[in-house]
Design a protein around this ligand. Structure first.
Ligand SMILES: [Ca+2]
Ligand SMILES: [Ca+2]
Ligand SMILES: [Ca+2]
Length: 135
């Protein structure tokens, strides 16, 4: 009987030891995969584009003015604004300041003239609109 109890104790110690080794291996693998991920070791840098788009609700990235860089188009739900920010200075340009509940924006060349246009939905006005770019 005493031999059996000792055997059980040894078995419990063996299981504990194996569990400890397994945890060490898992910890090592997780740490290594984290260290090898550039997203984990190089934190994202936040760049504030606009602090005054009230109810900022949607963004879209497109080269709206046809130069060499990507601009940002955004809607402000409570500001009733559809705006675009010209890269790289992020100067704010108003497309519409009276789109009630401007909620989403999208860029597409709606009339196939080579100039990107903007499509927007307005939650309070219950309308969908598109803005033809005249250039
Ligand atoms: Ca641009
Ligand atoms: Ca530009
Ligand atoms: Ca167009």
């Amino acid at each position: 009987m005493a031999k059996s109890a000792a055997s059980q104790t040894n078995f419990v110690h063996l299981i504990s030891f194996l569990a400890f080794i397994a945890l060490l291996i898992i910890s090592f693998v997780c740490n290594n995969s984290t260290k090898n991920s550039p997203l984990a070791t190089e934190p994202w840098t936040k760049h504030i584009i606009d602090e005054n788009l009230v109810g900022a609700s949607n963004v879209f990235v497109a080269n709206i003015d046809g130069d060499s860089d990507l601009d940002i188009i955004a809607s402000g739900h409570f500001a009733d604004d559809v705006v675009w920010y010209e890269a790289p200075s992020w100067n704010k340009n108003y497309i519409d300041e009276e789109l009630k509940g401007a909620h989403s924006v999208l860029v597409s060349d709606m009339n196939n003239d080579g100039a990107p246009d903007i499509v927007a939905a307005a939650a309070k006005a219950n309308i969908v609109v598109w803005y033809k770019q005249n250039r």
